[in-house]
Design a protein around this ligand. Structure first.
Ligand SMILES: Nc1ncnc2c1ncn2[C@@H]1O[C@H](COP(=O)(O)OP(=O)(O)OP(=O)(O)O)[C@@H](O)[C@H]1O
Ligand SMILES: [Mg+2]
Length: 335
């Protein structure tokens, strides 16, 4: 069985094919980051226009190049939310039109559930139940994954997402977009404890996060400095990364204590951060547990996770043959 996955929730156009026998056989992402870079963040109108310009040709070229036959596809899984309305509409319209012309069903996929399940494509993957720290550009949540399709929220950011804080600090340091990889790279040259920033909500006895105050305090600190030389940027990046990763790790530790579940998954773009992975691994080992994460290209937005989740849903017969354009920009996976 073969599922075509289409991802257009934000600024990456992704196309993938997952085969239940051979695994992931195609995974292509066309990033728009160079286009949005000059604005220091994503411009929704530009994002949807770029998806429209690229999606058809990307799909066509993949099937042509690989000598793959699109007739072998059993269903098309597409991201229906959460995400930017315009971007989602492009993927949903394209997917439904193609599925209608091929007379195959569609499968609507929640982008966050796909992030959460992307680790299942790895050799080292958890069994249910497990905890997930979902840290991406727009979300920071700790989720209890009971079983496929059954999730509860344990805690979340009450303001900015961790990825957003990385992006804003990076912008103020005059680094490129997206900011996470930039901060991560430059922080390696920073001196530990040269600067110290707040660690918000660390002592609060719940599993929520708040990164807006940390972000503002770092930005105010940067703005006081006239000359942003390399060493200053590296030291600030280091201190910021220390604060944010310490908070993320502490809250995950509290979640393990609260639930007695010691299988922890990290997913979403910020899960690519090596400092975060290192600290979480050490913490989880203290609870005789395991940390699970995806290879780097499956951490940020991709269609492989959409095709894979689609395959799971297809097996449960969660398919759609109405070809209605379904888009849910604020779709949640828990109640
Ligand atoms: N190595 C890294 N360290 C920290 N942050 C990173 C790293 N790599 C990527 N990121 C951050 O990950 C975010 C992008 O992740 P992702 O693509 O999952 O988010 P999104 O799709 O925009 O949001 P969501 O999935 O919540 O809708 C960006 O904010 C980026 O800065
Ligand atoms: Mg994402």
């Amino acid at each position: 069985m073969r599922i075509l996955g289409i991802e257009t929730s934000c600024d990456d156009t992704g196309i993938a094919v997952y085969d239940d026998k051979y695994g992931l056989i195609i995974n292509q992402v066309l990033s728009q980051s160079n286009i949005h870079n000059k604005y220091g963040g994503i411009v929704p109108e530009i994002a949807s226009r770029e998806h429209m310009l690229n999606i058809f040709n990307l799909c066509k070229s993949i099937f042509k190049k690989r000598n793959n036959n699109i007739d072998n596809i059993d269903a098309i899984a597409y991201t229906a939310g959460p995400g930017l309305s315009g971007s989602l509409l492009v993927g949903a319209t394209f997917s439904n039109s193609l599925a209608y012309s091929l007379n195959i069903p569609t499968i609507i996929i929640n982008h966050l559930e796909a992030h959460l399940l992307s680790v299942m494509m790895e050799d080292k993957c958890p069994i249910f139940p497990f905890l997930t720290l979902l840290v991406s550009g727009k979300h920071t949540e700790i989720i209890y994954a009971h079983a496929l399709g059954k999730y509860s929220l344990l805690g979340k950011s009450i303001d900015d997402a961790a990825g957003e804080a990385f992006d804003k600090v990076s912008k103020n340091l005059k680094l490129r977009y997206p900011g996470g990889p930039e901060i991560s790279k430059i922080s390696k040259f920073g001196t530990l404890n040269k600067y110290v920033f707040p660690k918000p909500m660390l002592k609060k006895n719940n599993l929520n996060f708040s990164f807006s105050g940390l972000k503002t305090s770092v930005i105010n600190f940067i703005n006081k400095k006239k000359n942003l030389n390399f060493q200053f940027k590296a030291d600030v990046a280091k201190a910021f990364e220390q604060s944010i990763t310490d908070v993320l790790v502490k809250k995950c530790e509290k979640a393990i204590q609260k639930t007695n579940i010691n299988r922890l998954v990290i997913s979403g773009g910020v899960s690519a951060n090596t400092e975060l992975r290192k600290k979480l691994k050490i913490m989880v080992q203290r609870y005789k547990g395991n940390l699970f994460f995806s290879r780097l290209e499956l951490c940020t937005d991709n269609a492989a996770m959409i095709a894979y989740t689609g395959m799971l849903k297809f097996k449960l017969n969660q398919i759609d043959r109405n070809y209605g354009i379904k888009v849910y920009p604020k779709w949640k996976i828990y109640n």
